[in-house]
Write a protein that binds this ligand. Structure first.
Ligand SMILES: NC(=O)C1=CN([C@@H]2O[C@H](COP(=O)(O)OP(=O)(O)OC[C@H]3O[C@@H](n4cnc5c(N)ncnc54)[C@H](OP(=O)(O)O)[C@@H]3O)[C@@H](O)[C@H]2O)C=CC1
Ligand SMILES: O=C(O)C1=NCCCC1
Length: 349
């Protein structure tokens, strides 16, 4: 099957990379490295011979009344470094992700993921369609891996040599994103977290995830909490991944002196999961300024900078502040580099 697919590609027909193959080719270290490139490129829109750069328009939202929404996410990333089996090479990628969000899918029998995606890759010199890559698993992994990048640069790197790694991770919302964030955090930062707190509106789903994680990470203490405030109370690193349109917790619910939050979910908007006092007292970082005017409309907080600037060390968390927030929205550049990472691995299989 795979040989046939590659044969087609040799005849200049677009390649199709299906979900099962994508899953086999994903790894956390590769994802984090590739996404750091995308996030750095997001900070630079000027064509450059030696630096990564990008070109992007805001994504569009086509509502399907009462059901869901279709997003189209085009983006170009130029001259970015990507590690492949043949070494560290420079790449340029033109891609467009089409992604649907239908929150009722979990109630279907059998259930479907709420977020389903396809990524179209084009030849960046001619515009010709080069590959169609299943984007559902890529969307799940890349969203979690961008949170890993934010957590690494805003929290982990200044603590990784501490002698006692007894940090607590809290996950509010144990759907597809909560699950993959738990697996990503515990795999990419090994032995950093000694405890995991889980909370979900429907408790049985948190219990199911606890049972799965107990097998994957023996020795880790995992607690399932009855409410979101108890879940975050003793946490050092927090992930929120729900459709909640009202805040899950506020600043007074956090006991630790230094806390990093990755806010992933989108309820009414992308900043409805956290109370206003968290945004107003913390350092807030985003993926790209492009999203501020459109998708962070109404956020009553000062956004300190883009994660790409933190990676380049041009922006930092102010460690005198108790809280840092990575306000995730999702960005087409991330999907472009991820599709290319999978494409490059696939053609060398
Ligand atoms: N930032 C980004 O790049 C991305 C963001 N997302 C967003 O992340 C969120 C989670 O996505 P995903 O995990 O794929 O979706 P799932 O459908 O798999 O999970 C949804 C989760 O949200 C919970 N939830 C739904 N409504 C509420 C509510 N009113 N209050 C509290 N919890 C609620 C569900 O709880 P229950 O089990 O009780 O139904 C479940 O835990 C979504 O908002 C999605 O749009 C997704 C992909 C990328
Ligand atoms: O970036 C994405 O992909 C998504 N972002 C918001 C919710 C739907 C998927």
């Amino acid at each position: 099957m795979e040989r046939d697919e590659k044969q087609q590609h040799d005849n200049d027909e677009p390649l199709f990379i299906r979900e099962a193959v994508v899953k086999e080719l994903l790894s956390w270290n590769d994802c984090v490295d590739a996404l750091e490139s995308a996030l750095v490129a997001a900070t630079n829109s000027n064509k450059s011979a030696d630096k990564p750069f990008s070109s992007q328009t805001p994504r569009t939202f086509t509502p399907v009344p009462g059901k869901g929404v279709l997003l189209s996410m085009p983006g170009f990333i130029g001259n970015y470094p990507l590690q492949t089996v043949t070494g560290n090479e420079r790449h340029s990628t033109l891609a467009c992700k089409l992604v649907t969000s239908f929150s009722g899918n979990s109630k279907l029998n059998p259930p479907l993921p709420s977020i389903l995606a396809t990524i179209l890759m084009f030849n960046a010199d001619t515009g010709r369609l080069k590959a169609i890559v299943d984007g559902t698993e890529i969307t799940a992994w890349r969203t979690a891996a961008v949170s890993l990048v934010a957590t690494k640069h805003l929290y982990y790197s200044s603590r990784r040599f501490n002698s006692s790694n007894d940090y607590t991770l809290a996950i509010c919302g144990t759907g597809a994103q909560g699950r993959i964030h738990a697996i990503g955090m515990l795999t990419y930062f090994p032995n950093f977290f000694s405890k995991l707190n889980l909370w979900n509106r429907t408790k049985s789903r948190a219990v199911k995830l606890r049972d799965e994680l107990n097998k994957l990470f023996p020795g880790l203490t995992i607690a399932v909490l009855d409410n979101s405030t108890d879940c975050v109370n003793d946490a050092d690193v927090i992930v929120t991944a729900t459709n909640s349109s009202t805040p899950l917790f506020g600043k007074n619910d956090l006991r630790k002196s230094s806390v990093h939050i990755n806010a992933i979910g989108a309820g009414t908007n992308h900043h409805s999961e956290l109370a206003l006092d968290i945004y107003q007292s913390g350092s807030v970082f985003i993926e790209s300024n492009l999203g501020i005017q459109t998708e962070l409309k109404g956020i009553e907080a000062y956004v300190k900078g883009e994660i790409g600037e933190v990676i380049k060390d041009e922006q930092r968390r102010d460690n005198s502040e108790k809280i840092s927030v990575f306000q995730s929205m999702g960005n087409a550049l991330e999907d472009g580099v991820m599709a290319n990472l999978i494409y490059q691995k696939f053609i060398r299989l």
